[in-house]
Write a protein that binds this ligand. Structure first.
Ligand SMILES: O=C1O[C@H](COP(=O)(O)O)[C@@H](O)[C@H](O)[C@H]1O
Length: 228
């Protein structure tokens, strides 16, 4: 685990690591893909990353998960990314939203599956968060499609999820779409989340604590970033 004294120090350290990984991918393949999480935790990291100098015009950014709400909804993760990441140097990046204004969330997931980056090869960088219920991405305990979303043979890249603790219906990358990222990060802050992570690391059912799938079964060993 990479432990930092403050959230600001973590934000800068993680921004440096992500900028280095994106630059390396651009040098190797001429482009780079980045999938980020929503919620409240990543704001300072987004602000720091937005200032890093790299060839952002060659970076495609998408979300790990999204609520089925339009971009102007205050709970939209797209709005969060637009406000805190897609500015400064990073304004040149291309953003590919998961939300689509289709009639149903199933149709939106199918449309998004066809256009999200990382389709033909693994994402270069994936940043995951975690809720105090042990969810990551929108892999929620009690989710209606949790088993399918955590199945590594799942061919779909974008899935739908409804769960008691999720609020709005969700669109989420499947575990198969994100587990093999070049750089896979779990970013958590605070004592409560550390205790949840420790419990997941100690061993519990994936259905109760879906973060465990990432810790145990991801092809890429996740780097865990934590600050009190
Ligand atoms: O619902 C969500 O929550 C998690 C954690 O959010 P936080 O506010 O506790 O940081 C987040 O990783 C996920 O992307 C988001 O949709």
């Amino acid at each position: 685990m990479k432990t930092f004294e403050t959230g600001a120090a973590l934000a800068n350290g993680l921004a440096d690591a992500v900028a280095t990984a994106l630059s390396a991918a651009i040098a190797k393949a001429g482009e780079a893909t980045l999938a980020v999480s929503g919620g409240s935790t990543p704001k300072a990291f987004f602000e720091a990353l937005s200032t890093r100098a790299l060839d952002w015009a060659k970076v495609k950014v998408t979300l790990v998960d999204e609520r089925f709400v339009p971009e102007d909804n205050p709970r939209s993760n797209h709005l969060l990314v637009k406000t805190h990441l897609l500015k400064n140097e990073a304004a040149a990046a291309e953003f590919v939203p998961l939300y689509r204004p289709e009639a149903t969330i199933e149709e939106a997931a199918k449309t998004a599956t066809g256009i999200v980056p990382g389709m033909s090869k693994a994402f270069d960088v994936v940043i995951l968060g975690m809720g105090t219920d042990g969810h990551t991405a929108s892999f929620f305990p009690g989710g209606d499609h949790l088993d399918a979303a955590l199945d590594l043979s799942q061919p779909r890249r974008v899935m739908t999820m409804e769960a008691p603790g999720a609020g709005e219906a969700r669109l989420t990358l499947s575990f198969s779409a994100l587990h093999d990222a070049g750089l896979l990060v779990v970013h958590i802050e605070g004592g409560e989340k550390k205790a949840v992570l420790d419990k997941a690391l100690a061993g519990s059912d994936e259905k109760d604590m879906p973060i465990r799938a990432v810790l145990e079964r991801a092809q890429t060993t996740p780097d865990i970033y934590w600050a009190p």
